[in-house]
Design a protein around this ligand. Structure first.
Ligand code: 3H9
Length: 704
């Protein structure tokens, strides 16, 4: 085998040249890979013995895209367009051999090859939209020419990874070969096209699909309308759509120009910067400085869950979905039956929507069994407690679990606020105790806060982080502190939102500002959805808060047809004159002096204290890094990903501005706005949250 460079090899076998890329972890199109491709294909073309060229990758995947770390940076070596032009204009057929994932620039390279072969487990996609981008190497023009505008729109705006079988059906892949036999399969395929003297198929020259689409311009308006809610606030989906429109309406090279212009605009804009940051932040969150990659893992083949309520049931579904059997224990038969019935209903609903098959419903529901006896946990590898948030109850349970569970089992609590060190203290094995804070609905929400207590074992942490990935969650490590990362910061926003309505803003003013900022809904609409009476006790209510008054009037949220808002038949929220009057009376009674509050103040009052609290959390070592806090907010609380998370947002606004505002609020309203010492320090040193690379108490290393 002849090395082209450190990441590319070329070998000639008979009349076929095989160009192999090996650039771990994902064969991204870094400059070395681009150079290797350009030189390798050129060399194969120049070799008179070669009749066709095969492009194949070593390692876990075909090319997974451009190297995201290089995007927006200075250019080096051959461009991707040079590479594509050499491949597409090759006088000898070039065949892409796909395993793992052909994504983004990777699929775009494959689309300049004349044929594509894949193993059944492979997937293809253009996920640039998730990075706030569009496929910028001709993908927006070539994909619609193979699969048509509708499918191209779906793939490009969802970023979905399409399984090889579906790719074959839509013509994106020419042939599937046996799993594990990609090399043999692609060589046989290449020999066949040489023997049959098949033509050089250039995707750019295909026209039947786009010509047919040209007669149906209405598909674009319909597509925009159907996805308006999902795309709200994001630039990239709209730009992807415009590129497909260009593919349908313009000659190939003109379409490429549109693609380039829009790509450059997105690449240099703030949304893509935030989304690329979010991509790496999510991956970074898995790295825990004092828990190395090779920490031995505990095998988790069975799981026990205590509590069959909404939370327990949702948690159970995650494990069943991943093929892990679950035993749910409840105190009473009717509660257990209700819990299991809800799980089945949820699965059936997913099946009705086409998410899973009827067979999968049975398979998954079948993995979840119920019991009334905690002794059923004797042999499970992991128990997750999901009962009431009361310390005395939790302590009692953990004492029992300690007595029942086998040595080595992980004992987790789903508490969202209680002190896990205290819970662990009642066991003889505090090293086995950890927090697994799922978010509601637990089978849907991506975030999992993994809470490390004082004595939690490293193997327990490493296992919990890995397990989170296995069940499709995004895990972030937090330390023990009231509310952990997410809820501790949320409290700041809730407090300010409640204060603002006593100062003159209406709930819908606050909701509108936060909705326009990009949250799926504001805090008051959220309260109406979850119910105002959560942890409200009728007998103890003294009408001391707006919420008390609303609950006493039986305005407890959507479930009672009214809360902060009124609701029409279709559950549309309507600003309520009743609530407005309640607030006005309340303010008048307490001697308040309502004033006009600007949108700017609403935003700063609700968001800046959260950023400040994030700084406190970071400083206390309850989060490892600022980006972990951002991952929590994006995946657990609906922070718009195109704004990167509260800490990233703080950096963009400028920490000096955030600090100055906190100080001015503090001067008027007191120490709830006391700036965090870390915020002060960063501003004094001209640094950002992103510069806080070292971590604190969580891994027991110094800050900054
Ligand atoms: C693009 O192509 C633009 C073009 O259209 C236009 C150009 C002109 N670059 O996710 P994992 C790293 S945009 C750099 O944990 P998995 C990742 O950070 C790109 N690094 O593995 C991680 O590093 P570490 C379009 C990358 O098995 C390691 O690889 N493509 C890239 O769960 C393992 O990643 C995409 O958006 C990259 N492109 O999932 C695909 N990709 O170990 C993005 C990964 O240090 N990638 N890394 O933390 C993915 O979706 C997943 O990584 C993949 C593997 C599915 C491939």
């Amino acid at each position: 085998m002849a090395a082209i460079n450190s990441v590319t090899d070329l070998v000639v076998e008979g009349d076929l040249a095989v160009l192999t890329l090996n650039s771990p972890p994902v064969n991204a199109l870094s400059y070395g890979v681009r150079d290797g491709l350009a030189l390798g294909v050129a060399q194969a073309i120049a070799d008179p013995a070669v009749k066709a060229v095969v492009l194949i990758c070593d390692g876990r995947t075909f090319i997974a895209g451009a190297d995201i770390t290089e995007i927006g940076g200075a250019h080096k070596g051959a461009t991707l367009f040079d590479v594509q032009s050499i491949i597409e204009n090759s006088p000898k057929p070039v065949v892409a051999a796909i395993h793992g994932t052909a994504l983004g620039g990777g699929l775009e390279v494959a689309l300049t090859c004349h044929y594509r072969v894949a193993v059944p487990s492979a997937k293809c996609g253009l996920p640039e939209v998730n990075l706030g981008l569009l496929p910028g190497a001709g993908g927006t023009q070539r994909l619609p020419r193979i699969v048509g505008a509708q499918k191209a729109l779906e793939m490009m705006t969802s970023g979905q990874h399409v399984p090889a079988k579906a790719c074959l059906a839509m013509g994106l892949v020419d042939e599937l070969v046996d799993e594990g036999k990609l090399r043999e399969g692609v060589l046989a395929f290449a020999s066949k096209i040489v023997a049959e003297e098949r033509p050089l198929k250039k995707v750019r020259d295909l026209s039947d699909k786009v010509e047919a689409d040209r007669a149906h311009p209405e598909i674009f308006a319909a597509f925009r309308k159907a996805h308006a809610r999902k795309f709200r606030g994001f630039l990239a989906p709209e730009y992807n759509i415009r590129c497909v429109e260009a593919a349908v309406n313009l000659p190939f090279d003109e379409g490429l120009k549109v693609e380039r212009k829009l790509f450059v605009e997105l690449m240099s804009g703030p949304q893509s910067a935030a989304q690329r940051y979010a991509f790496f932040a999510e991956r970074q969150a898995n790295k825990i400085p004092d828990v190395p990659e090779d920490t031995p893992l505990i095998a988790v083949n069975t799981v026990g869950i205590l509590g069959a309520g909404t939370m327990g049931g949702g948690i159970a579904m995650n494990f069943a979905n991943a093929g892990i059997p679950v035993t749910i224990v409840e105190v009473k038969q009717d509660a257990l039956d209700r819990g299991l019935a809800t799980i089945r209903k949820n699965y059936e609903r997913t099946a009705q929507r086409g998410g899973i098959t009827a067979e999968q419903v049975e398979q998954r529901a079948g993995l979840i069994t119920g019991s009334l006896d905690m002794n059923a946990f004797a042999d499970v590898d992991l128990v997750i407690e999901a009962v009431f948030e009361r310390m005395d109850i939790k302590k009692d349970i953990f004492e029992k679990l300690d007595a029942i569970c086998k040595p080595g089992a992980i004992l987790a609590t789903n508490t969202s606020a209680l002190n896990i060190d205290e819970i662990a203290s009642v066991t003889r094995r505090p090293e086995a105790v950890i927090g697994m804070h799922f978010f509601s609905p637990a089978n849907v929400m991506k975030l999992l806060e993994i809470v490390r207590a004082d004595h939690t074992g490293k193997d327990v942490i490493a296992t919990s982080m890995k397990l989170a990935k296995k069940i499709g969650k995004i895990a972030v490590l937090a330390g023990v502190t009231p509310g952990f990362i997410g809820n501790r910061m949320l409290l700041q926003r809730q407090r300010e939102a409640q204060k603002l309505i006593l100062e003159g803003a209406m709930p819908w003013d606050i909701d509108r500002v936060l909705y326009d900022f990009g949250f799926p809904m504001g805090p008051f609409a959220m309260s109406d959805l979850t119910g105002l009476d959560i942890s409200w006790i009728k007998e103890k209510s003294k009408g001391e808060t707006i919420r008390d008054v609303l609950c006493e009037m039986d305005r407890r949220g959507q479930k009672t047809g009214a809360g902060y808002y009124d609701y029409d038949e279709a559950r549309n929220a309507i600003p309520s004159p009743v609530t407005e009057k309640i607030i006005q009376d309340f303010v008048a009674k307490s001697g308040g002096n309502p004033r006009k509050i600007s949108d700017e103040e609403i935003l700063e009052r609700t968001i800046y204290p959260m950023i400040n609290e994030g700084a406190n959390i970071l400083e206390e070592g309850k989060a490892l890094r600022a980006s972990d806090i951002d991952v929590v907010w994006e995946n657990g609380y609906g922070w718009p990903v195109y704004r990167g998370g509260p800490m990233w947002y703080g950096d963009q606004v400028g920490l000096d501005k955030v600090l100055a505002k906190m100080k001015s609020f503090q001067a008027i309203m007191g120490d709830q706005f006391k700036p965090s010492a870390l915020l002060e320090k960063l501003v004094a040193e001209g640094k950002r949250f992103q510069d806080v690379t070292e971590v604190t108490a969580l891994s027991r290393q110094p800050l900054l």
